[in-house]
Design a protein around this ligand. Sequence first.
Ligand code: CO
Length: 253
Amino acid sequence: MRSLDHLFDRNVAWADRKTEQDPTFFRRLSEQQAPQYLWIGCSDSRITANDVLGLDPGEVFVHRNIANIVHTSDMNILAVLEYAIEVLRVRHIIVSGHYGCGGVQRAMAEERGALVDHWLQPLSMFYRKHRPLFDGMGEAPQQLNRLCELNVEMQLRRVAATPIVEGAWLRGVELHLHGWIYGMHDGLLRDLGATVASIEERDALPSIDQRVTQRSEPLSPRRRHALEAFSALGLADMASPPCCMPSLEKPPK
Ligand code: CO
């Protein structure tokens, strides 16, 4: 099949649907874009920022590449960063990886020489440096997923080290950097808890090498809700076991 007419058909159907829901939608969008977020994610076709975040066109500025790597000499990402911060004035930069990332898996493999291996070089160097620690993290999928998490933290540190971001912070610009990871198996994003909003906060982060030995507790929105619900109960309620829990102590004879 040479023609891609079916995509044009889908495009027309989508544009019609949008206009039906909101007759001024495209007119408003064509006049300006004012996204509050910059998303730096993996090129993987299963993770589209707008869908995952439940946002409309115009609400998130996006940069994607294989394994969401931040090379500080990559003109592409630097231009995106500069435009997002200086022109669009986004307030949040989200570096989001995903579990089971094929790019991250490639960085753990023995293959070398393809262009993609040059692209993944900082990550594969990091993995090889800490290979014994990763080997002790269980089966291959566990090792891969831990490297996916650490990759996000590494790239977040790299974004935070760019003169563009540093310059914005020095000028007093409000700019928050977030490290998240997405689970394709449940459609949920998880916060890796490494949010930074200043040079001081960035410099206070443990080094990425230290992070390998520290356990990470990614926080999904569901867990966040549960924790909020528990904290609303107050500490006094937490001290006693829930009423429906059977007592572990033996009954008195
Ligand atoms: Co990926």
